[in-house]
Design a protein around this ligand. Structure first.
Ligand code: PLP
Length: 431
């Protein structure tokens, strides 16, 4: 049987990315994936920012192979292991301490949604209240608690039951320019007539990556934090996609100078595509009883090994951070240039660091460009409630030549897609 046929016949209908990128991948290295026919695909998606350091980074691979070859611990529930302890030391010394963060590290389970569930539990247990404030177009994962703070109607409907105990509020920019949505939040929290019960916490992303690359300004985030303090609510920052260096700093909230009570990270944390998630909890809110939140896979030893190595390699000094910032500016300028060529079709370019995006006026354009890019050997995904946004997430380690190559493919696909859909005739040169 053909391999793709096996997937179509045996795997559940729920499969999704395989439909957008319909080939059978076999190998990967750096910024490239290769399918079973040997065709190369430049990766501008990086596993939704799981592969910030590229595919099969040689140094991380070596650490993993050495670890496995040495018969070191693979699974130990949450019993102590050398790999676990060494990861904690490195994470503390190179990530938390230099940023003035005193958070305890909880291993909530292997995936991002486990980290979110845990954060919600901690907030509710600490404050003894049920409500959580979440934002329009937020994405926090697929389990019930995470879904209840997620915006997308299609994903929410999958729950099959009412999603309660959360209140959606407008994210930064949701009501257009000239309307500061934090004023609205402040008003409903201050006013005892608003009908909004006092929440236990607010959960937010700093950049809503799945939700369409919507950016919260530093000022908006700081005011949100101040509101949390004023109204005795915990601030949860979900840094699962925007964290681990994607925006230039290790945490995406560093630029705004936030001090979140709870932080979730996962995706690129292991650096190698191995599942690993953390809920970072301020010591005063680490109110768990031993084993109160349990789970079989709470800290995967091989993932500790690659995570530690990735931190040693990329986060021992500022050089990587600067490199990401520079590449981010480069992508940004290229996209702005493209947008200025087709002002009727391409909207404002937005993003921070190496999480950049373009919105299209014609909602089919982004998906058409993504499909065309695939045929030209480039993997790039759409985002937002109607998939009208093209999201640029190349590995942070991408070589300059590959970045240029990918951006050129996009230029070409924009023209091809506009032709196909008969939209947005390009302006004459020099106009
Ligand atoms: C991916 C993601 C999650 C969920 O992580 P999973 O590992 O898919 O459960 C939660 N929040 C954000 C911001 C994400 O990008």
């Amino acid at each position: 049987m053909e391999l793709m046929e096996a997937i179509e016949r045996y795997e559940s209908e729920v499969r999704s990315y395989v439909r957008s990128f319909p080939t059978v991948f076999e190998k990967a290295q750096g910024s490239y994936l290769y399918d079973i026919n040997g065709k190369a695909y430049l990766d501008f998606f990086a596993g939704a920012s799981v592969l910030n350091y590229g595919h099969n980074h040689p140094e991380l691979k070596k650490a993993l192979i050495d670890y496995l070859a040495g018969d070191n611990i693979t699974h130990s529930l949450d019993m102590a292991s050398r790999a676990r302890a060494e990861f904690l030391i490195t994470f503390h010394e190179k990530i938390l301490e230099p940023r003035g963060l005193s958070h305890r590290v909880q291993f909530p389970g292997p995936t991002g949604t486990n980290a979110v569930e845990s954060a919600l539990k901690v907030a509710r247990k600490t404050k003894g209240r049920e409500k959580i404030i979440a934002f329009t177009n937020a994405f926090h994962g697929m389990t019930l608690g995470s879904l209840s703070v997620t915006g997308n109607a299609f994903k929410r409907a999958g729950a099959g039951l009412p999603l309660t105990h959360s209140d959606p509020m407008p994210f930064d920019g949701y009501l257009g320019e000239g309307f500061n949505t934090i004023d609205y939040l402040e008003r409903v929290l201050d006013d005892t007539g608003s009908g909004v019960d006092q929440p236990a916490a607010v959960i937010t992303e700093t950049i809503q990556a799945e939700g369409g690359v919507n950016i919260a300004s530093a000022e908006w985030l700081r005011r949100l934090q101040a509101l949390c303090r004023k109204h005795d609510m915990l601030l949860i920052v979900d840094d699962i996609q925007a964290g681990c260096g994607r925006t230039g700093k290790f945490f995406s909230f560093e630029e705004a100078g936030l001090d979140p009570d709870l932080i979730t990270i996962s995706k690129s944390l292991s650096g190698y595509g191995l599942p690993l998630a953390l809920t970072l909890v301020k010591p005063e809110y680490d109110i768990w009883e031993p084993g109160e939140h349990n789970g079989t896979f709470r800290g995967h030893n091989p993932a500790f090994v690659t995570a530690k190595r990735a931190i040693d390699l990329f986060w021992s000094d500022e050089s990587f951070s600067r490199e990401v910032a520079a590449k981010g500016c480069y992508i940004r300028e290229a996209l702005e240039k493209l947008a200025s060529k087709y002002p009727e079709t391409l909207g404002k370019v937005r993003g921070r660091g190496m999480l950049q995006a373009v919105e299209f006026a014609h909602k089919e354009l982004a998906s058409t460009i993504s499909a065309k890019a695939f045929t030209h050997g480039l993997i790039i995904e759409t985002a937002g409630p109607v998939d009208a946004v093209l999201k640029f997430l190349p590995p942070l380690t991408i070589e300059q030549a590959d970045l240029d190559k990918g951006l050129q493919i996009i230029d070409r696909c924009v023209i091809e897609a506009m032709d196909e859909l008969g939209v947005g005739a390009p302006r004459a040169a020099g106009q």
